[in-house]
Design a protein around this ligand. Structure first.
Ligand SMILES: C[S@@+](CC[C@H](N)C(=O)[O-])C[C@H]1O[C@@H](n2cnc3c(N)ncnc32)[C@H](O)[C@@H]1O
Length: 304
C-alpha cells in the first residue's frame, strides 16, 4: 500500500481498482482477482515485493492478460538460493521488513567513492544482509566493509558475502553474544581503543546504526560512533520513529519484563538523537529526502 501511495503521489496516477486476494476478505474497497470482470481492460501494476508471493501473483496475472499490460515494479528482485545463510531469507515473510537496502547509505557510498580512493564503511545491525550486499557490490578491492551484530549473524553474513559473485572489497565483522545486556557497543569500544592506540582521527567514512533501536544499546553505540566516524564522514540512524509497541506484538510481550511501558512506547532512536546529536556542533544533519523530519536521520561530521 505504501508503494502504491508513493506512486500515486509521484506520478499523479489513481488506480481504477486495487486487487489483493487477502485484503479483499477484510476491506470491501479491495477486490480479489476472481472479482475482476474485464481484466484485459486494465494496465496491471504489480507492487508486491515479497519474494514468496511475487512469482505466484505474477503467474496469476499473466494468465489473465497479455505480458505488455503488466508493469512489474519488482521484476528485478534479487533471489539468493538456500546455500546463502542470511541472504536467502530476503523477501520472505519473516524478512519482509528488512529486505530493502538503505538508500541513503548506498547514495553516500557513491558520493564518498567519488571523493576518496579508498573508503571504510560500517553497518551496525545487518538483518538479512539486504543493505550489506548492495553496499559491498559498490565497493572496490581496496575498500573495507565492517559489520557488527550477534556472532551467529555476523558469521552467516561473512559466509554469504564471500559467495556473492562480483563482491571484491575487504569484508570483516565482529559479533557479540546473545546475552541480554551484550551488544555491538562492546565491539565498537574495542575498535575505538585500537584507533586511539594508532593515533587515528576516525575509521569510518560512513557508519549505519540499525541495531536494537533501544536506548540501552544505541546510546553508547552512538557516542562511540561519533568518535569512530572520520571528519567529513557520515553517521546514519535508521528507524528514528520505531517503537516496540507499534512494531510487533510478540516482541512487546518478550520485552514487557525488560522495559517500562513508557519505554516500550517511546521512539528510542529519536531519544538517542535528541540526547547526543542535537546540539552537538560537530555534527550537521543532512537531508537526503524531501522530508524535514525523516525516519532515517543522516549526520555529517564537520571539521570543527
Ligand atoms: C533491523 S535489523 C538490521 C537491518 C539491516 N541494517 C538492513 O539494512 O537490512 C537489526 C539487526 O540488529 C541486530 N541486533 C539487535 N540487537 C542486537 C544486539 N544486542 N547485539 C547485536 N546485534 C543486535 C539484529 O540481530 C538485527 O540483525
Amino acid at each position: 500500500m505504501r508503494t502504491k501511495a508513493l506512486l500515486n503521489w509521484k506520478y499523479g496516477v489513481e488506480e481504477a481498482l486495487i486487487v489483493d486476494n487477502k485484503l479483499a476478505l477484510v476491506n470491501p474497497e479491495i477486490a480479489s482477482l476472481d472479482q475482476v470482470k474485464n481484466p484485459e481492460a486494465y494496465i496491471w501494476l504489480l507492487t508486491c515485493g515479497n519474494l514468496d508471493y511475487h512469482k505466484e501473483i505474477l503467474r496469476s496475472v499473466q494468465q489473465l492478460v497479455p505480458e505488455n499490460q503488466i508493469l512489474d515494479l519488482f521484476a528485478h528482485l534479487p533471489v539468493y538460493s538456500e546455500k546463502y545463510h542470511l541472504l536467502s531469507k530476503l523477501g520472505s515473510p519473516e524478512g519482509e521488513t528488512v529486505s530493502w537496502p538503505c538508500r541513503e547509505f548506498l547514495e553516500l557510498v557513491s558520493r564518498k567513492k567519488n571523493e576518496r580512493k579508498t573508503i571504510t564503511v560500517a553497518e551496525i545491525g545487518v538483518g538479512w544482509g539486504a543493505t550489506s550486499v548492495e553496499v559491498c557490490r559498490r565497493l572496490h578491492k581496496e575498500d573495507v566493509y565492517m559489520c557488527f551484530d550477534f556472532e551467529d549473524v555476523v558469521e552467516g553474513l561473512l559466509h554469504d558475502l564471500g559467495m556473492v559473485p562480483g563482491i571484491c572489497c575487504q569484508v570483516t565483522g565482529k559479533g557479540n553474544s546473545h546475552r541480554a545486556c551484550d551488544s555491538y557497543s562492546w565491539s565498537l569500544s574495542e575498535l575505538l581503543f585500537e584507533m586511539r592506540n594508532r593515533h587515528q582521527d576516525g575509521i569510518f567514512d560512513i557508519a549505519f546504526l540499525d541495531g536494537s533501536h533501544t536506548f540501552l544499546h544505541d546510546a553508547s553505540a552512538c557516542c562511540l560512533l561519533k568518535e569512530l566516524v572520520k571528519p567529513d564522514g557520515y553517521l546514519i540512524f535508521d528507524d528514528v520513529f520505531w517503537s516496540c509497541a507499534e512494531a510487533n506484538r510478540e516482541l512487546y510481550q518478550e520485552w514487557e519484563d525488560l522495559y517500562t511501558k513508557e519505554q516500550l512506547h517511546d521512539y528510542q532512536v529519536q531519544r538517542v538523537i535528541d540526547a547526543f546529536m542535537t546540539g552537538d556542533r560537530r555534527f550537521q544533519q543532512v537531508y537526503m529526502t524531501q522530508s524535514l523530519n525523516p525516519s532515517r536521520a543522516v549526520y555529517r561530521k564537520t571539521d570543527l
